[in-house]
Design a binder for this molecule. Sequence first.
Ligand code: MG
Length: 392
Amino acid sequence: MAPTQTPGEPPWLADYAAMAAASRGRRYDEAPPSYRSEFQRDRDRIIHASAFRRLEYKTQVFVNHEGDLFRTRLTHSLEVSQVARTIARQMGLNEELTEAIALAHDLGHTPFGHAGQDALNRCLAEYGGFEHNLQSLRVVDHLEARYAEFDGLNLTFETREGVLKRCSRRHAQQLGELGTRFLEGGHPSLEAQLTNIADEIAYNSHDVDDGLRAGFIDIDELQEVELIRELFERVAASHPGLSQRRTIYQVVRHLIGEQVGDLIEASQARIAAHQPRHIDHVRTADAALMGFSETMASRHRELKQFLLRHLYRHYRVHRMNRKSQRIINDLFGALFEDLQLLPPPQQHYAESRAEAGGDRGRARAVADYIAGMTDRYAIAEHERLFDPQTLT
Ligand code: MG
């Protein structure tokens, strides 16, 4: 027999955790789920979304065709989820909400990573710009078209709040309750705060691994970074003669562990000092309660700076980025100029947007189409539109 009530919260939740039973709700009212909490239902809807499947073929740093072992947006999202759930569980926070936010946080990413996003943002300069966090929200609020009763996934306020990591004031003004914290100050739930930091922990750590694998980062140079040097020394001391590949894995493993441990301890100290008794106290606290200690924050910044100089600005990453930007520019230019180049469903959508919103609506519809592409689809679509030898 199916249970007749929404399952309760896990018993270990802290008073200031996000509670599914106290959710601010969904945009469209729905009957409560029979077997799952509201946040589990969010997580499940995200996993079944087509935007989620497309993450498999979207760039994190390395374009999908550059190698099978590099992280993609999908494996990145799974790693964020793993890190975030560990932190949530240990801190008495809502693991189910955390997982939903982690799996959805990059749904709005364009093909070709940040290079693709920057290019699309420039294409839309006159039409409201492009922000990938806002696009993730658009995906879950509007663009996924799979339910009979509504557009989007109709997720809870708490998951949507977590997905919208950043937002410009201009766009926040159009978002009602969800935009308030960007206009008036304040913080999202601890689950959202921790997932945001878990995102950074995951990509800093896996970019070290991927950068070494690609040969773009030099193992000796990497040891300029204090945090990493210590970890190499620790691994060498406890496992002398270990192969280089396993040493790197050990270092990356400890790199995640060190940051997670510091984040939990430093955040628990802040919580103890602030004594929140309810999620609203988290939202109105004078500072974000989740965060690294000062020592780890500065070590973390040093690592980010290193990755920026040595990996993200590596000339071969830069070359691929410039190719990606040209592809996005070309696609946007051609499709914006002539909507009839779009496949029928997108054409219909773009025409109705153009009719209602003029050039802004037209540009947004083309951007939605491009942002939804995987790397390989964008490359193929570019060939179909621009290479006379390729069949359309
Ligand atoms: Mg991410």
